[in-house]
Design a protein around this ligand. Structure first.
Ligand SMILES: [Cu+2]
Length: 144
């Protein structure tokens, strides 16, 4: 048979497999949802505390998040949210904006992605590894 016929058959199998998976096998809670709502937050990398303020953010699945992240320190930080493909450097004394859609429900950590040192805050040792926060995404669509 003509090689192009085989290529077309292969293409139909790949696309058809995707459609069959999406229609019959993909669970409702795994289907990406877009709510159309926009939620804006400001998160501070608070000066010389190695912490994000606030540390917890609550949103609903499908929301578009516009996050303004302010680095109050005179050294660099970063912010990364693995689940939503966010990773940005925050230069010293800068403000950055990140946008993403929370398509999945659950608890997702965000953390500093740039080694930024350590220090003592209120008698306790704090460091780069303490710069962790959490985005709690509530499910608005009930799974069947
Ligand atoms: Cu850091």
């Amino acid at each position: 048979m003509n090689k192009y016929i085989w290529l077309i058959i292969l293409g139909v199998l790949i696309v058809g497999g995707g459609i069959v998976y999406r229609v019959f096998f993909l669970k409702a809670e795994k289907v990406p949802v877009v709510s159309g709502k926009v939620k804006e937050f400001t998160v501070l990398a608070k000066k010389d505390t190695w912490s994000f303020v606030p540390e917890n953010i609550e949103v609903e699945r499908g929301d578009k998040i516009i996050m303004t992240v302010v680095n109050e320190d005179s050294y660099d930080h970063g912010i990364a949210i693995d689940a939503f493909g966010v990773s940005q450097r925050m230069p010293a004394l800068s403000t950055i904006n990140i946008e993403f859609v929370v398509t999945q429900a659950g608890d997702f950590p965000f953390y500093c992605s740039v080694p930024c040192g350590e220090g003592v805050v209120d008698g306790k040792k704090r460091s780069h590894f303490d710069m962790v926060g959490k985005i709690k995404v509530r499910d608005i669509v009930k799974a069947q």
